[in-house]
Ligand binder design. Structure first.
Ligand code: MSP
Length: 637
């Protein structure tokens, strides 16, 4: 039996939990449950990030003390995790004494070893993001991350020597390809480290902000919230306090994070650990964002999806299923209730839930509800049995590779296979012929295959899997328990002939589309064109100066060129519909504007990774370029 330590980020308690929080946590839960199912002992860490300006200001707005505010908002997270069937091992709050002790211990250690020093700081500070930036980071004088105003600050502070470890970190990342995943994020971090690394300001004077952990060697300061927050990953498993537990669990196998917080996790955190003499986590895995109509959710736009509403309407299992099924780990995905309803109706109501009712009903009709046994299995029966055995391995491999949606697709494909087996075997005809032995064999085989599919779906939908397993009696129900690490439940033959089967109602009733989808919750539909675009939305587009290196006409298309474009750090293949407007000679060497963070697409079977900008008028196209030479890769904003 192996061990597996997985963490979610710890969430800010300035507001109620949203779909992003729900997603990270569900993902960690599903992975934890799969690991337990495959026999691992799991530590699943989550919690709340309670210090810093954001929380202090949220408390101020509500006219309550920060700690009181935290005590109240943390309840919303804990209650949501309960509703979402989250099986975390230990919840950590950064305001807990045990955490403060660890942070202060670590700070003292780093200070004494000379990796923390006192200096004057001159910089630009973004209040909402709580981050300092250098002049050259700013975009149009504004915060490069959120686009809001920054203020100039000059003050004495404590600094952590990140710069000292830059070269070490670069080599470490290069030598350990699984340290930052997916590789796009790894390349981003390597790109970020290319231009040097500044030391990190890790204190805030209490005169400006006092909601934080006091710096143990200078009472006039508190700790920068990110420095405090990252330490949760070691403090929750007992560093400095419970050596056995720490030795057992650290290093973590996976820190799951959103793609917006990779730098803190993949640059600050490993250096903090290295300086403190601890091992590094094995993998930092960055997932993408849930968008609504391709845009970021935001309160002001009114398109925020509230997990509590989704659970109330569709239940925890359906919501969890859609979250993990519809996002390829690492990429962004669109959330809409229409998609949710379609997914639930097709995968869960039609394929999975229906199968269960059919099976239990047939056993009821033909065998008075008592599960028959197998006699003389045929090829079709053993084929299904072999597929069940292979399925557990496929799911295991996908989970190891963090390809969750693959795992789910594999189970779903198996469910469809069972449906096909039933159609092909046609038990109703066997019944007419009066061949009870054959009928029993077919129904047992299908029920057992369903049991295995259900066990393999249970990490994704623990609630519904338990409900389904109840149809097969108490013993089978016990299998769907997240503390169960008995892998024999994955083996063929778990159902005992002679068991009485029963079902109450349908597992996933079909959802009536129109009735359920409340348009107020999807206000984006159709209105996009009228709504002006905010700077944050615009800044999501990464537009760069590129240079066309080669041009090739795409076969069978008059309009399309396949371009090879240099965008600074890499070369991109881009398909562009400009073949009727430019010769290859016109284009080669030209500097142009390229959107580089567009989702890759296949156009006439050719992969296109980015888009060049062009203006059109009267069917004439003009490619947008620069009016003088500038370094390739420069950002256009
Ligand atoms: N407190 C820090 C994390 C400290 S970890 C040492 C923080 N908290 S957060 O509450 O703002 O965000 C937590 C997580 O939610 C991040 O991983 C972020 O990427 C994720 N999401 C926020 N909105 C999201 C979506 N719309 N979709 C998916 N995840 C997104 O950052």
């Amino acid at each position: 039996m192996g061990k597996f330590y997985i963490s979610t980020p710890i969430y800010y308690v300035n507001d109620e939990p949203h779909i992003g929080h729900a997603y990270s946590t569900v993902l960690a839960d599903v992975l934890s449950r799969y690991h337990r199912l495959f026999g691992d002992e799991v530590f699943f860490s989550t919690g709340t990030d309670e210090h810093g300006l954001k929380v202090q200001e949220a408390a101020k707005k509500r006219k309550v003390e920060p700690l009181k505010h935290c005590n109240e908002t943390v309840k919303r997270f804990i209650s949501l995790w309960k509703k979402l069937d989250i099986s975390y091992t230990k919840f950590i709050r950064t305001t807990e004494k045990r955490h403060r002790f660890v942070v202060q211990n670590l700070l003292t250690y780093l200070y004494e070893r000379g990796d923390i020093y006192f200096d004057t700081y001159l910089g630009k500070y973004c209040i909402p993001e709580e981050r300092f930036w250098t002049e050259k980071d700013l975009i149009d004088g504004k915060c490069p991350s959120c686009g809001r105003e920054v203020i100039s600050i000059e003050e004495k502070n404590y600094f952590f020597k990140l710069s000292k470890y830059r070269d070490w970190l670069v080599s470490y990342i290069k030598e350990n390809p699984d340290f930052i995943r997916p590789s796009t994020r790894r390349n981003e971090i390597l790109g970020f480290l290319k231009n040097g690394l500044n030391d990190l300001c890790i204190s805030r004077p209490k005169s400006r902000l006092d909601w934080g952990i006091e710096i143990p060697f200078d009472k006039k300061y508190v700790t920068y919230v990110w420095f405090d927050a990252l330490i949760n990953y070691i403090s929750n498993v007992g560093v400095y306090r419970d050596n056995d537990s720490f030795q057992k669990w650290w290093p973590a196998d996976v820190h799951l994070v959103g793609k917006d917080i990779v730098t803190t996790h993949a640059v600050y955190w490993p250096i903090m650990l290295k300086s403190a003499g601890f091992e590094l986590p094995r993998t930092i895995f960055a997932h993408g964002w849930w968008l609504v109509q391709e845009s970021k959710m935001s309160k002001s736009v009114g398109n925020v999806v509230r997990p509590v509403d989704m659970i109330k309407k569709y239940g925890s299992s359906a919501f969890r299923y859609v979250l993990v099924r519809n996002m390829t780990l690492g990429s962004d995905a669109n959330f809409s209730e229409e998609i949710l309803v379609e997914t639930v109706n097709s995968d869960l109501a039609n394929d999975f839930g229906n199968l269960l009712s059919r099976l239990v009903n047939m056993v009821g009709r033909y065998f008075d509800g008592v599960l028959p046994g197998v006699t003389k299995p045929r090829k079709a029966d053993s084929r299904l049995q072999d597929r069940a055995a292979a399925l557990a391995d496929t799911v295991k491999t996908s989970i190891k590779g963090m390809e969750l949606n693959r795992a789910i697709e594999a189970v779903l494909a198996f469910v469809r296979q069972i449906n096909k087996y039933i159609e092909d075997s046609a038990p109703w005809n066997i019944h007419k012929k009066g061949d009870t032995e054959r009928l029993g064999t077919v129904l047992y085989t299908a029920c057992e295959a369903f049991r295995i599919a259900n066990v393999l779906f249970s990490p994704v939908m623990p609630g519904k899997a338990e409900e389904a397993s109840r149809c097969f009696g108490e013993g089978i129900k016990k299998q769907i328990d997240h503390t169960n690490t008995d892998t024999s439940i994955l083996q063929w033959g778990g159902l005992a002939p002679g068991t009485t089967l029963s079902i109450q109602g349908s597992l996933f009733p079909r959802i009536e589309k129109k009735k359920e989808i409340n348009m107020e919750m999807a206000p984006d539909r159709g209105k996009n064109m009228e709504r002006p675009v905010g700077i944050e939305q615009f800044q999501k587009l990464d537009i760069r100066v590129g240079r066309i290196l080669s041009v090739e006409q795409i076969k069978k298309s008059k309009k399309l060129y396949k371009l090879n474009v240099d965008i600074g750090d890499e070369k991109r293949q881009i398909v562009a519909g400009i073949a009727e407007h430019y010769t290859d000679e016109d284009l080669i060497g030209k500097q142009i504007a390229v959107i580089i963070n567009l989702k890759p697409a296949k156009i006439m079977g050719v992969e296109s990774n980015g888009m060049i900008l062009a203006a059109s008028n009267d069917n004439k196209l003009t490619v947008i370029g620069t009016d003088r030479e500038i370094a390739v890769g420069s950002r256009i904003s």
